[in-house]
Ligand binder design. Structure first.
Ligand code: ATR
Length: 278
């Protein structure tokens, strides 16, 4: 019976057990997916010992994603680019790490906007410069865009991100000062919020979308609430919107397939189950 985990500190708010539990049941699999709370001082020992405890692998969440990146034996190219690992598994005795936020975001964007959406997008604007921004930029970099602007309140973090992700990029990466967003928005056919603004309990992200291109799409990776003030403002302007829940659901797919051998589907039923919990 394969077993998998999500490890973090704290971990009780993770919705991953609901997602994987739903799939295990839906596909009639005799496996388990458990929450494990591990403090940072114990994380190295946890990594060395999980296989002996019968786990095939698992997800890694805050605050361990960067430590996991340094600790694995092998990383996927995506994880290498982002500098963080959220999915672990063992292969030929080696510990592998992937970053499935990258594919999770892109799969959700493709599902929401329809395949080929890039044909109408030459410039994207990504707000924020944390780990989530790195995953989003790394995903967009693989597509046929002309340029990606990264804007962040602390400009130096956007500059670090662009410096790290620029080598080998087919897409031009540029930074924008937070105060200069008004000059970038009219050129951006895709706008993605990766900051915590708009999350329940946080101030809203107040962007003036009046100057956005008429067919622009606005995506938010915040999913509590599902309709953030940014998405509400975008909808009011008649822009297409992409909510944050899909990224959470799609990022879970590759891990489940590795540990349990079935590629699961993100269905409306799964979405409804998680929505009922937020
Ligand atoms: P994650 O790894 O999930 O992306 P993070 O590293 O904490 O999380 O990043 C949070 C992002 O939200 C950062 O880009 C942060 O901007 P700073 O780098 O300037 O801190 C952004 N953010 C948080 N609060 C903000 C605020 N009030 N205004 C603008 N940006 C904010």
């Amino acid at each position: 019976m394969p077993k998998a985990f999500v490890v973090g500190h704290p971990i009780k708010h993770s919705r991953s057990p609901l997602i994987h539990g739903h799939w295990l049941k839906a596909y009639g699999l005799d496996g388990s997916y458990e929450r494990i709370d591990v403090a940072p001082v114990d994380f190295g020992e946890f990594l060395r010992g999980f296989s002996a405890r019968g786990y095939a692998g698992g997800n890694v969440t805050l605050p361990h994603k960067e430590i996991a990146f340094s600790a694995v034996d092998r990383r996927t190219a995506r994880a290498q680019r982002v500098g963080a690992v959220n999915t672990l598994w063992l292969e030929d005795g080696l510990l592998w790490g992937d970053n499935t936020d990258v594919t999770g975001f892109m799969a959700h964007l493709d599902a929401s906007l329809g395949a080929g959406w890039e044909q109408a997008v030459d410039t994207a604007l990504v707000l924020g410069a944390g780990g989530a921004a790195r995953a989003v930029v790394a995903g967009l970099q693989d597509r046929a865009l002309k340029r990606i602007f990264v804007a962040n309140r602390t400009l130096s973090k956007a500059e670090d991100l662009v410096r790290d992700l620029r080598p080998g990029s087919r897409v031009a990466l540029e930074t924008s000062a937070w105060e200069a967003l008004g000059r970038v928005i009219p050129h951006a056919q895709l706008i993605v919020n990766t900051t915590s603004l708009g999350m329940a309990g946080q101030p809203p992200l107040a962007l003036d979308l009046a100057g956005a291109p008429r067919h622009a799409a606005v995506a938010d990776i915040v999913y509590v609430p599902l309709q953030t003030p940014l998405l509400a403002a975008a909808a009011q302007q008649g822009l297409r919107t992409v909510d944050g829940l899909g990224m959470l659901l799609h990022q879970a797919v590759p891990g489940f397939e590795r540990w349990f051998g079935v590629r699961p589907e993100v269905t409306p039923e799964l979405r409804a189950l998680i929505l009922a919990d937020i």
